[in-house]
Design a protein around this ligand. Structure first.
Ligand SMILES: Nc1ncnc2c1ncn2[C@@H]1O[C@H](COP(=O)(O)OP(=O)(O)O)[C@@H](O)[C@H]1O
Ligand SMILES: [Mg+2]
Length: 451
């Protein structure tokens, strides 16, 4: 690869320009130039290397050092059992979702356990952070606060304080003197990430870095750092609801299909150990049409969620369809199947589907739940008798098997459900106190629940 010159490269076609342009002179695309800075001669770019010669795999010692517990069981589980020393964890999320809160709580817990923590903030003054720490009750002697945006200064302080955990909030406010562009630009974000990564490896400390998801999404947000760091976590949730879900999308030291569930409160984030009961808080006390409970799988963990649908005649014009928490196109497909296979005339009805509690379901195993919620609302018939349903819907109206059906059934039984409608498949276990009904088609499920 030829040496990259200092200037701007088009991210679409690679065209080079020494000055930033709004439109690419090569391919005509808008807003695609990304800054590149040439590195000073002799600048070593060793990030993970130790200088050791190649070794046979049998002679390499596995992860050295114990994982560090963050003091929050939910977060530890998402990380794969704590933070690995020498790793860099990126915590992404929308502004205001609670990233600083989470990391300050972690910093406090790690500090209380006797490990030294340096909490660097480029966004808030130390007094502001102190106020928050008081509110969260996370003040301790081993927690050092530092309001700084210069990466060189941070590196110096890390060398003198020698912390076990470093928190940088946020990467978009940090700048390294080697690169001329402003903090938050792609060049700076990349440079700062690389240097923090090196800091983590060289000193074998855990580093948490906050990355705001910017309006443009891709540009200078967590996305440009994802490939560099060891672990990428996203903190999600609806701003006006208290539920927060922590997802891992990349983990070099663990699996990526665990989620952590938290609740935002005045005194900080609280772990929700049993999310199903949280989502179903008031379910069962009402018997209303259009509500169905589905045991979905979040990672390896079953979760009971309530799907609500509202179907009503269109008063004028084109029918409106709206979904929150489930895929729009998937819902359209399910409505087509309902129309064709069950003869439900949804064509001139408005339809709204919502998942209670702000959860997002991506699993096709929720298909049957969505279909029955829609049918229930359309027919104005209640799904009775504490029933949960699960199954993937095919285009011919067949119900397909789902994974980990035993976990889903067990979760439903534990939460006091009396009946669970499942696909016709082999590994359906018998659970005490819960009747399982196996169905092969949508029509069968429909007549079972509504006739
Ligand atoms: N005094 C308070 N009482 C209760 N909740 C608060 C208080 N101050 C802030 N919050 C909550 O904390 C959130 C901000 O979290 P923060 O960690 O600063 O977000 P981020 O770092 O992701 O931008 C707010 O959206 C609000 O819900
Ligand atoms: Mg913040």
């Amino acid at each position: 690869m030829p040496a990259r010159k200092t200037g701007y490269y088009c991210s679409a076609c690679g065209h080079f320009t020494p000055r930033w342009l709004g439109r690419c002179a090569g391919c005509g695309a808008w807003n695609t130039y990304v800054e590149e800075a040439a590195l000073p001669a002799g600048h070593a770019r060793r990030v993970t290397g130790t200088g050791d010669p190649p070794l046979p795999v049998t002679e390499v010692s596995p992860v050295d050092g114990q994982r560090l517990s963050t003091g929050m069981a939910e977060l530890d589980r998402v990380l794969g059992g704590g933070v690995v020393p020498g790793s860099l964890v990126l915590l992404g999320g929308d502004p205001g979702i609670g990233k600083s809160t989470l990391l300050l709580q972690v910093a406090g817990a790690v500090g209380s356990a006797g490990n030294r923590v340096l909490y660097v903030s480029g966004e808030e003054s130390t007094r502001q952070i102190k106020l928050r720490a008081d509110r969260l009750g996370t003040c301790c002697r081993e927690l050092y606060l530092y309001a700084e945006t210069s990466l060189e200064a941070v590196e110096e302080q890390v060398a003198s304080i020698n912390p076990e955990l470093l928190v940088v909030d946020s990467i978009q406010t940090m700048f390294g003197a080697e690169i001329a562009s402003a903090p938050g630009s792609v060049g700076q974000v990349r440079e700062c990430t690389t240097r923090l990564m090196r800091l983590a490896k060289e000193r074998s400390i855990c580093v948490f870095v906050v990355g705001h998801v910017t309006k443009e999404g891709m540009i200078a947000g967590p996305r440009v750092m994802e490939h560099m760091v060891d672990v990428v976590l996203y903190f999600e949730g609806e701003r006006h609801q208290s539920l927060r879900v922590l997802r891992s999308v990349k983990n070099r030291f663990g699996s990526t299909n665990e989620i952590g569930v938290f609740e935002m409160s005045g005194s900080g984030l609280r772990e929700v150990a049993n999310p199903s009961s949280f989502f179903l808080a008031d379910h069962g006390r009402r018997d209303v049409a259009g509500s169905v409970v589905v045991p979905v799988l979040e990672g390896t963990r079953p979760l009971l969620v309530e799907i609500q649908a509202l179907v009503c005649p269109t008063s004028f014009g084109v029918p409106r369809r709206m979904t929150a928490g489930v895929d729009y196109n998937r819902t359209a497909l399910i409505m087509a199947v309902l129309e064709k296979r069950l003869g439900l005339m949804l064509g001139n009805c408005d339809a709204y589907v919502n998942v209670v509690g702000g959860v997002r379901i991506v699993e096709p195993a929720a298909d049957l739940g969505i279909a029955l919620a829609l049918a229930s609302s359309f027919r104005d018939r209640v799904v009775e008798g504490r029933t949960a349903v699960v199954g993937e819907l095919g285009l011919t109206g067949e119900i397909r098997p789902v994974t980990a059906v035993e976990k889903r059934i067990r979760e439903a039984a534990q939460l006091g459900f009396a009946r669970c409608v499942v696909p016709r498949q082999k590994d359906v276990p018998a659970e005490a106190g819960l009747e399982t009904v196996q169905v092969a088609t949508l029509a069968e499920a429909f007549s079972l629940l509504f006739s």
